[in-house]
Design a protein around this ligand. Structure first.
Ligand SMILES: [Zn+2]
Length: 298
């Protein structure tokens, strides 16, 4: 009891002292006290708002949960998660000016199987130095040189679609730069794995390629529709793409040899497959330990 009283006394004395200091510094009105109390919270809110603002300034951040400026391809989403649903993607509405052709040229190669590879874009004929523009409003996520794509630009759009512009001779934009549909982003060329000047144009949604002709008429140079109904059907081409990939690997499917630090989920991510599929193909459990040098069928 004695202890409690002494604590109460200390609290009372220190409060009186604190109040005294406050009296000298400011008027001891109730109003003033309220303002003093809310100051730290006001600063916190501001900080939170800054943080949120920086996230919302990346297009479709809620879909990707990342803004990766190093890797050309975003992590692929699992198509089976679409089930039988149809997701409507708005390509043009009253808030944006929609589509502007990146370049008006003849289509020299379409989306689909090509020789022993699957061509995930569309090729438009151009001369080196021809101006290439952004197809939609968006923000530049990638602007760099790649072995296969050559000088490549990837723009993310607010509806979650990303457009790719490859084999450029010159890049005129920087990562993080906002661009509007039709704005010049670079010059056409023949860089990377390319035979002759052309623009390789791709359209992807959460890393998964979409046939650009599902969205754009390259003969009429306009959108087929203001919206895209994204469903499992959009990705039907994958059966053909997988066939080509497995044929390329020779007998059966490709193999990954386990290296130090490898995990099933990391291997699945690397090859755009799932842990479940790897487990089935290799008669493994998700908890199975991998051995160095172990061959994993992909
Ligand atoms: Zn191409």
């Amino acid at each position: 009891m004695k202890k409690v009283i002494s604590i109460l006394l200390i609290v009372a004395v220190s409060h009186a002292l604190y109040a005294g200091v406050g009296d000298k510094a400011a008027k001891p009105s109730k109003e003033n006290k309220t303002i003093t109390d809310t100051v730290p919270f006001a600063i916190d809110e501001e900080e939170i708002m800054d943080y949120n603002d920086s996230l919302t300034s990346f297009p479709a951040y809620e879909l990707y949960c990342s803004w990766d400026t190093a890797n050309i391809h975003s992590k692929k989403f699992d198509i089976s998660s679409l089930k039988d649903s149809v997701k409507e993607i708005v390509l043009a509405d009253k808030y944006n000016c929609g589509y502007v052709p990146p370049f008006i040229g003849n289509v020299t190669s379409g989306f689909g199987p090509r020789r022993k590879i699957f061509h995930y874009g569309i090729d438009l004929d151009l001369e080196t130095g021809d101006a290439v523009g952004a197809a939609f409003d968006g923000k530049v996520r990638i602007a760099k040189k790649s072995k296969s794509y050559g000088n490549v630009i990837v723009i993310r759009h607010s509806n979650g679609i990303e457009t790719y512009y490859a084999h450029l001779s010159k890049i005129n934009v920087e990562v993080g730069q906002e661009v509007y549909a039709g704005e010049n982003i670079g010059l056409g060329g023949n860089t990377g794995r390319s035979r002759g000047s052309h623009l390789h144009f791709e359209l992807r949604y959460l890393g998964q390629p979409i046939n650009p002709t599902d969205v754009i008429s390259f003969s009429e140079h306009k959108l087929i529709s203001d919206t895209l109904a994204l469903s499992k059907k959009t990705f039907d081409y994958m059966t053909a793409a997988k066939k080509i990939a497995s044929a390329k690997g020779g007998k059966g499917s490709k193999i990954h040899v386990v290296k130090k630090g490898d995990t099933l989920s990391a291997i699945a991510r690397k090859y755009g497959t799932s842990t479940k599929v790897l487990c089935q193909k290799n008669k493994l459990k998700t908890t199975s330990k991998l051995r160095l040098g172990q061959q994993i069928k992909l």
